[in-house]
Write a protein that binds this ligand. Structure first.
Ligand code: UDP
Ligand code: MG
Length: 321
């Protein structure tokens, strides 16, 4: 059965936000599209989130639920939602109402104009710590400079994708997923829509520093080889410096000055050792990811579904578009 719009939402311990999310989404969508469905993906919550999703699905046939066998992460939940969405267009957004449902009509309008991707650009952010604001702003700008794909700055995952873009996205089988970068990589006709990012509706962020850093390094390593190249540049620079220092010392020795090398040797060795470990570590970051990809495990595992049939992602076979 075809629907005009699917809205995919990852849910991880969001029992306080799910009812309000449902209310605001249904309010907005009724007047925006002819038909819609909500695809709520429970990412291994420990609270009542999945119970609430099942209750919603029981009373509203437009609600589909997918629950993971464990916590696979926000990015994987988007992937599962996109795999289960049947809409002619699909919106992906967070459950905590930081991505306002009221922006969906603007995204849909862009799609009707013929765009394949309409991504929401944060013009203003509310209720975030200074630390988050500064690190996010820096990260997006560094990423923009060093990646080979044009990933727009100040843009999260909140966006609308046409069926064509979703079909293409489903063919990307990588395990380390940085959705916003992957969608930029797709190409097609894309456009930004500015919005005001609200603070969380309830509860606390489900993105501790650890998960934030992992997402950031997935973004960097998936779309740039620059960190690997840093090693060769540093190597070149350090050996150049060392040759100059050696030449200077030989000249000094020839003119009869005494050698004062011990401290230079100690600090120099420490510096070199540090640089070598750094370079090795960077190679390791990429190598570990290569190993994850080569193993070819499924991207996620589904425990239970409501209102939809499970189509576990098979990363080895591209889904027909
Ligand atoms: N989320 C998830 N799995 C996780 C962590 C978060 O599905 O392991 C969901 C969460 O429920 C929310 C969205 O991802 O819908 C964004 O998380 P959060 O709002 O905590 O991140 P922040 O806005 O603080 O960066
Ligand atoms: Mg949030």
């Amino acid at each position: 059965m075809s629907v005009e719009l699917s809205v995919v939402v990852p849910v991880y311990n969001e029992e306080e936000s799910v009812p309000e999310l449902y209310r605001r989404l249904t309010d907005v969508l009724a007047g925006t599209v002819a038909s819609y469905e909500l695809v709520l993906v429970d990412d291994g919550s420990h609270d009542r989130s999945w119970g609430l999703i099942k209750e919603l699905a029981a009373k509203d046939l437009r609600v589909k639920g997918v629950s993971f066998s464990r916590n696979f992460g926000h990015q994987m939940a988007f992937t599962a939602g996109l795999d289960h969405a049947d809409g002619d267009a699909v919106v992906i957004m967070d459950a905590d109402l930081q991505d306002p449902p009221e922006l969906i009509p603007d995204l849909v309008a862009r799609w009707r104009e013929g765009y394949d991707v309409a991504y929401a650009v944060r013009a203003k952010r509310e209720g975030e710590t200074v630390f988050k604001l500064v690190t996010a702003a820096t990260f997006y700008r560094v990423l923009q400079r060093i990646t080979n794909v044009n990933i727009p700055v100040d843009t999260g995952d909140f966006r609308l994708m046409s069926r064509k873009a979703v079909a293409a996205f489903r063919r990307l089988g990588e395990h380390h997923r940085f959705t916003r970068g992957m969608v930029s990589w797709l190409g097609f006709r894309q456009i930004g829509v500015p919005y005001h990012r609200a603070s969380r509706h309830a509860g606390e962020s489900k993105y501790p520093l650890r998960k934030m850093l992992r997402l950031a390094s997935d973004g960097l390593t998936s779309f740039s080889y620059l960190p690997l190249q840093i090693a060769s540049w540093l190597g070149g620079a350090v050996s150049g410096l060392a040759s100059v220092a050696l030449a200077v010392e030989l000249i000094r020795k020839a003119t009869g000055s005494p050698l004062a090398w011990s401290w230079v040797a100690v600090t120099g060795l420490a510096l070199l050792g540090g640089l070598q470990l750094l370079a090795l570590g960077l190679v390791g970051e990429y190598l570990g990811r290569v190993f994850d990809e080569v193993r070819g495990r499924p991207l996620y595992l589904v425990q239970e579904t409501v209102g939809t049939t499970a189509t576990p992602h098979d990363a080895t076979k591209p889904v027909a578009s």
